[in-house]
Design a protein around this ligand. Sequence first.
Ligand code: S5P
Length: 337
Amino acid sequence: RLCSPQAALKTLVEPAQGGKENLKSHGLNLYSALTISEILDILSKHGKLTDEVVKSVQDFIAANSVTVKPKTAEKAKPKRLSYEERGALAKNEALKRLYQTMVEKKSNLSVAADVTSATELLQIVDKVGPHICCLKTHVDILDTWNDEIAASLVDLAQKHNFVIFEDRKFADIGNTVVSQYSSGVYKISEWSDIVNAHIVPGPGIVDGLKQVGLGKKKGLLLLAEMSSAGTMAKGSYTEETVKIAEENPDFVIGFISVNPNSWAKKCKDGSLVHMTPGIKLQRGGDGLGQQYNDPKSAISRGSDILIVGRGVYRAEDPKLAAQEYQKAGWEAYLSEL
Ligand code: S5P
């Protein structure tokens, strides 16, 4: 039925030039009875085409073939840097140590041991210690505090290999935070590796904390976002934390954040860590403004470290719960690489 070679070529050249892929992107599968090369073979075998024409058609197809990417194809997600790679970029000792601990222990879990009894705190920390990269404390909620308790906490950090983050949320002028960080009953700078601060007062708060912490190889997290309902830490406030962090790469190690993928792309320093509170395997709230997200979706939103409080210390078996959160967090991280 292919009486005219020209007509046959005219019909079949179209699909050969990426037409098949083009149709596929619209959900249509094209099945060719014959390919253009087969047609050329047959026609030239029967003397219907000269070698010259065959060659010119082949050249034409080669020159005009295009690979059409399906319109519906998803853009490949950019690869996320591993904790090892982030650690290699880190400019701060405490941050390097944190990433190293995460890799060694295969843990991106930070337990917030918010119990009010110092004795209970030490007991829980000894149980969950093997599963965490970081212990988060609120020293001012404890019933008692002294140098021995501080020393016991540091011993546990060495025994189980984790860093200590005192969640002090400094929020005063530079001169005042110098004393709050180094002095008073708690002497926070002596036993904690990491502290955090609000940027409400402006960059002077970082200068003050840095004066105390930098020489002691400590690190500072800025509260870029909060997990509580109605938080005012959003938009331009959050963006300001990025600016202050990048101005202090020797001391600021990262952020308290909730949805960093939505704003942290503006941050050029790839080493900065994102620690996320408000994490529970069962989503929901606590009736006092806390909003919970599950480990997998927190990690997929750009979080690096999951902060879990009641999900662990209120569990029937805190050790088992910590193990569960460690597994969930690490698997979520691996799936992002
Ligand atoms: O935005 C925040 C910031 C922090 S550091 N939301 C928070 O909940 N936190 C802290 O994380 C909070 O102070 C508490 O220690 C922990 C969350 O505890 P959970 O019991 O709700 O898991």
